[in-house]
Ligand binder design. Structure first.
Ligand code: FES
Length: 561
C-alpha cells in the first residue's frame, strides 16, 4: 500500500540513481523502512514576532506526530509571514500583500524540489492562508490547510478589546476622547496572547471561507488558538492526509467553481473582509478556474448578510464557536439552498456528508447569526463598483449601517501617513471624500491596507461623516463608508490619478457607481497632462513586484505573463 502512496517521493527514495538523496535522508535520521513511506511536507508560517504566528511551529509538531502515527514521514519546513498589525503604515505594509505570493512561491518550491507526496500548511496571519492555498492549487498534490486559530479577546475596564481597539484609541487620542492612562491601558490589554485578530477580519474570513471551500477540516476556522480542539485537530490531520493519498484527492478536486461559490457565500453571510475578493480571484487563477469581480457581485446579490460580527457588529470568532462555529452556519446555509453540498472536502467526503454531523444554529438562544428572513442586510456587504472613477472595477464594503450613498468634496492624500497628519491637524472635515492614491499594487507598491487611517477616522468620530476611496486595500477590520481596489490604479494612469482637491465625488451603492463629477473633456485634458510617477522601487523584491503584479481586479497575481 505505502509504495502506491509515494508516487513523488519514490523518485528520490527508491530509484538506484539517487544515492545521494537517499544518503541525505538517512542523514536526517530516517531508517530503511521509512524510505518506502509517503513524505508529507509540513509548511509552517511560524515565527516568534507575531501573535498570529508565534504558536504555529508548536502546532506543526502535533501535525507531524499525526503524520508519523499514520505511517508517513512528516518533514517540517518554514516559510515567511508578515504581520499586518505591525507593518507601521504604508512603508512596512508594502510587504504584506507581496508576502502572500512569496508564501505561495516558497511552498511550491520546497514541495516540488523535495518531491513531497502531499503538503499540510499550518498558517495564521492574513496573507498566510491565501498564499498556502495558491501553492496547493499550483502543486495539485493532496493538501490540507490548518488554521492557527483566532485570538481570545483582550479586556480592559470591563470592555472586550481586540487589535482594532488599539488603532481606534489613536483616533480617540486625536479627538481628546481618551486619557493617557486609558490609551496605555487599551494598548497593553488588546492582545492577550497567541492567535489571529479576533473579528471577522481578513485572517478569520480566509480561514472560514477556505474551510467552506473544503480545504480544512470542519471547525478549523472556529477553534481559538488556545482551545484544546486546535491541538486535537492538528493530531487528526495525519489520518485525513492518509485518506486523501489513498483516494488520490487533490486540491483541484476540491477547488472548483462550486466550492469557490460556497466560500464566497460564507464571506457574504458572515460580513467578511473585502480582501476575500482579491484572494479568491487569485486562488481561482492558481487552480486554472475563471472567477471575476462580476461573479463575486452575483454571489453578493443573492446572499443576505446575517452575522453580527466585528468589525461592523458586536461579536468575535470565539463567540461563533459557542453557537456551533462555521459548520453550523454552513449547515444552515445549505439547508436554505445557498450552498452546493456535492463538493468534495479534505475529509474525503462531500460537504453535505460533513454538514450532516454539524450542530444546528439555535435562533432562540443566540443572537450572533440571524435567520435569512431577518438579515442585517438583504444582500452581501461586498459590492463591486464601476463608474468613471473605476472603469475596470473597485470593491466596496457597504453594510448599510453607514447609508447607501455618499457625496462630497475630494481631499487628496498621496500617502497613508498624510491622512494621519491631516486628522491630527483637523484638516479632514465632515463631507470630505478622502482619496488615498498611489497606494495600488504597483504604485504603493504592494497595495497597502488602510487599517490605521480608517480606524483613526472612526476613533476621531468621523466614521459616518466622511468617505474614503483608494487604489489600495482596506483591512478586514475596517468599517465605515469605504471603497478600495480602485482600478486602473493611479500608477497606471487610472482616473483616480486625475482627481483634484475640491472635486465632487459621489458613491452610490444602489447603482454601484463611483463618479467623479467632471466633464469627459476635462477628464481627457487632465489625462493628457498626466505624467506617470517614477516607480518607488526598481530593485529588490518590491522592484520585481512592480514589474510582475497584475491589477487588483485580477487578484494581484504575480505568476502570469
Ligand atoms: Fe495577523 Fe491581524 S495581524 S491576523
Amino acid at each position: 500500500m505505502a509504495t502506491e502512496l509515494n508516487k513523488f517521493s519514490k523518485t528520490l527514495t527508491q530509484e538506484v540513481t539517487n544515492p545521494a538523496a537517499q544518503a541525505m535522508l538517512y542523514g536526517i535520521g530516517l531508517k530503511e523502512e521509512d524510505l518506502a513511506k509517503p513524505q508529507i511536507g509540513i509548511a509552517s508560517t511560524g515565527y516568534e514576532g507575531n501573535p498570529c504566528n508565534m504558536h504555529l511551529n508548536g502546532l506543526s509538531v502535533y501535525v507531524k506526530q499525526g503524520v508519523t502515527a499514520n505511517d508517513m514521514v512528516g518533514l517540517i519546513f518554514n516559510t515567511i509571514g508578515v504581520s499586518d498589525g505591525m507593518t507601521n503604515g504604508n512603508d512596512g505594509m508594502r510587504y504584506s500583500l507581496p508576502s502572500r505570493d512569496i508564501i505561495a512561491d516558497s511552498i511550491e518550491t520546497v514541495v516540488s524540489a523535495q518531491w513531497y507526496d502531499g503538503v499540510i500548511a499550518v498558517v495564521g496571519c492574513d496573507k498566510n492562508m491565501p498564499g498556502a492555498v495558491m501553492a496547493m492549487a499550483r502543486l495539485d498534490r493532496p493538501a490540507i490547510m490548518v488554521y492557527g486559530g483566532t485570538i481570545r479577546s483582550g479586556h480592559y475596564k470591563g470592555q472586550k478589546l481586540d487589535i482594532v481597539s488599539a488603532f481606534e484609541a489613536l483616533g480617540k487620542k486625536f479627538a481628546n476622547n481618551i486619557s493617557d492612562e486609558d490609551f496605555k491601558g487599551v494598548i497593553q490589554n488588546s492582545i492577550p496572547g497567541q492567535g489571529a485578530c479576533g473579528g471577522m477580519y481578513t485572517a478569520n474570513t480566509m480561514a472560514a471561507s477556505i474551510e467552506a471551500m473544503g480545504l480544512s477540516l470542519p471547525f478549523s476556522s472556529s477553534y481559538p488558538a488556545t482551545h484544546e480542539g486546535k491541538q486535537e485537530e492538528c493530531k487528526k490531520i495525519g489520518t485525513a492526509m492518509k485518506k486523501l493519498l489513498e483516494l488520490n484527492i487533490t486540491p483541484k478536486d476540491i477547488i472548483t467553481k462550486k466550492s469557490l461559490e460556497n466560500a464566497l457565500t460564507l464571506v457574504m453571510a458572515l460580513g467578511g473582509s473585502t480582501n476575500a475578493a482579491l484572494h479568491f480571484l487569485a486562488i481561482a487563477r492558481s487552480a486554472g478556474l475563471s472567477l471575476t469581480l462580476d461573479d463575486i457581485q452575483e454571489i453578493s446579490d443573492r446572499t443576505p448578510f446575517i452575522a453580527d460580527l466585528k468589525p461592523s457588529g458586536k461579536y468575535y470568532m470565539e463567540d461563533l464557536l459557542g453557537i456551533g462555529g462555521v459548520p453550523a452556519v454552513m449547515k444552515y446555509l445549505y439547508s436554505k439552498g445557498l450552498i452546493h453540498g456535492d463538493c468534495i472536502t479534505v475529509t474525503g467526503r462531500t460537504l453535505a456528508e460533513d454538514l450532516a454531523e454539524a450542530p444546528d444554529l439555535n435562533f432562540e438562544t443566540q443572537k450572533i447569526v440571524f435567520p435569512l428572513e431577518e438579515p442585517m442586510k438583504p444582500s452581501g456587504h461586498i459590492q463591486v463598483m464601476y463608474g468613471n472613477l473605476a472603469p475596470t472595477g473597485a470593491v466596496a464594503k457597504i453594510t448599510g449601517k453607514e447609508g447607501m450613498t455618499f457625496s462630497g468634496e475630494a481631499k487628496i492624500c498621496e500617502h497613508e501617513s498624510e491622512i494621519i497628519s491631516a486628522l491630527a491637524n483637523g484638516e479632514i472635515k465632515p463631507g470630505h471624500v478622502v482619496v488615498i492614491r498611489n497606494a495600488g499594487p504597483k504604485g504603493g507598491p504592494g497595495m497597502s491596507e488602510m487599517l490605521k487611517p480608517t480606524s483613526a477616522v472612526i476613533g476621531a468620530g468621523l466614521g459616518d461623516k466622511i468617505a474614503l476611496i483608494t487604489d489600495g486595500r482596506f483591512s478586514g477590520g475596517t468599517h465605515g463608508f469605504v471603497v478600495g481596489h480602485i482600478t486602473p490604479e493611479a500608477f497606471d494612469g487610472g482616473p483616480i490619478a486625475l482627481v483634484k482637491d475640491g472635486d465632487r465625488i459621489s458613491i452610490d451603492a444602489n447603482t454601484r457607481q463611483l463618479t467623479l463629477h467632471i466633464t469627459d473633456e476635462e477628464m481627457a485634458s487632465r489625462k493628457a497632462a498626466w505624467v506617470q510617477p517614477a516607480p518607488r522601487f526598481t530593485k529588490g523584491m518590491l522592484g520585481r513586484y512592480i514589474r510582475t503584479v497584475k491589477s487588483a481586479s485580477e487578484g494581484c497575481v504575480t505568476d502570469e505573463a
